[in-house]
Write a protein that binds this ligand. Structure first.
Ligand code: BV8
Ligand code: ZN
Length: 249
């Protein structure tokens, strides 16, 4: 990893007053939560685009819930990692900071992040498809699949599926944060899912310096001010060192 590039990115981040971060499944990978499109991401022989849809749920709610119950159990055993913790430190030092996440695992909140905008919902929330009642249910595993509401209706995961609109309030907050950011930090996302990925060119067009942290190349890597190749759990602590940490030369 190019030390000079990382030092430049660290200085930009340190000097910025208004910062926004966009995270994807890659930031939770080192916590043992499988990504969607990486090697460990696939579940049985299905792709996320085949299971995370209203059609798949209508066709086979039990299969879709088997995938979500499996993920919920993996997430329940996971702990936030040094990457999540570095973003908590960043939030504490910035007058204006927004953490925008595509993740539904809740690890940012468990690490201590406060201003978290969840674009794709929360895997720990369930919603009744009949009466619409929404509640938090952290049981992993669930006692029965698919779970049912008191009214007898099917419960669905409280997440945004392909073809579904993002929560309007969350999207507005994310757009505003991307427009206001002096530095936009993009961590662990393949940047192929929209409209979330559109926040990257939006931030850039609004004058932000964009720093990417990813184990691999993404469609935006070549167009960004700084694309740092490596693991979020290693690069983020170097970009956002613990307080009092003396910068060695
Ligand atoms: C919408 C929630 C319209 C559920 C998710 C063609 C046909 C149909 C639809 C479309 C189409 N073209 C475009 C679309 C729109 C579609 C879309 O973008 N499709 C893509 C696949 C082409 N988008 C939608 O449908 C959205 N809705 O458009 O609605 C509308 C408008 C108004 C009214 C009605 C409708 C909804 C999108 C949200 C879908 N829900 N998840 C769940 O989690 O189960 S998406 C899913 O992908 C997750 O949320 C995930 O966050 C997201 C993105 O994935 P990533 O987070 O980036 O994870 P990924 O595995 O892909 O990549 C991991 C990255 O980390 C990699 O780059 C890897 O290198 C890196 N990495 C790995 N380890 C590390 C690391 N980096 C650093 N350190 C490490 N250790
Ligand atoms: Zn109900």
């Amino acid at each position: 990893m190019n030390g000079a590039l990382l030092e430049k990115a660290r200085q930009w981040l340190e000097a910025a007053r208004s910062v926004a971060a966009l995270t994807g499944a890659g930031i939770s990978a080192e916590s043992g939560v499988p990504t969607f499109r990486g090697p460990g991401g696939l579940w049985r022989r299905y792709r996320p685009e085949e299971l995370a849809t209203p059609e798949a749920f209508r066709r086979d709610p039990r299969l879709v819930w088997e995938w979500y119950d499996w993920r919920r159990q993996r997430i329940a055993q996971a702990r936030p990692n040094a990457g999540h913790e570095a973003l908590v430190r960043l939030e504490a030092t910035k007058p204006r900071f927004t953490l925008i996440t595509q993740n539904v695992d809740g690890l940012h909140e468990r690490a201590g992040s406060r201003r978290v905008v969840k674009l794709h919902g929360d895997i720990w929330m369930v919603r009744c498809v009949v009466c619409g009642r929404e509640r938090r249910d952290e049981r992993a595993p669930l006692p029965e699949l698919p779970p049912r509401c008191e009214c007898g209706g099917l419960l669905r995961p409280g997440v945004v599926w392909f073809g579904e609109a993002l929560p309007p309030a969350a999207w507005e907050q994310a757009e505003e944060a991307a427009r206001q950011a002096e530095v936009f930090l993009v961590v662990g996302t393949s940047a192929v899912v929209y409209p979330a990925a559109g926040l990257i060119p939006l931030a850039q067009a609004s004058g932000a310096r964009v720093i990417e942290v990813n184990a691999e190349q993404t469609p935006y890597s070549s167009r960004l001010d700084c694309s740092l190749r490596g693991l979020a759990g290693e690069i983020l602590p170097a970009l956002i060192p613990p307080a009092g940490y003396r910068q060695t030369g």
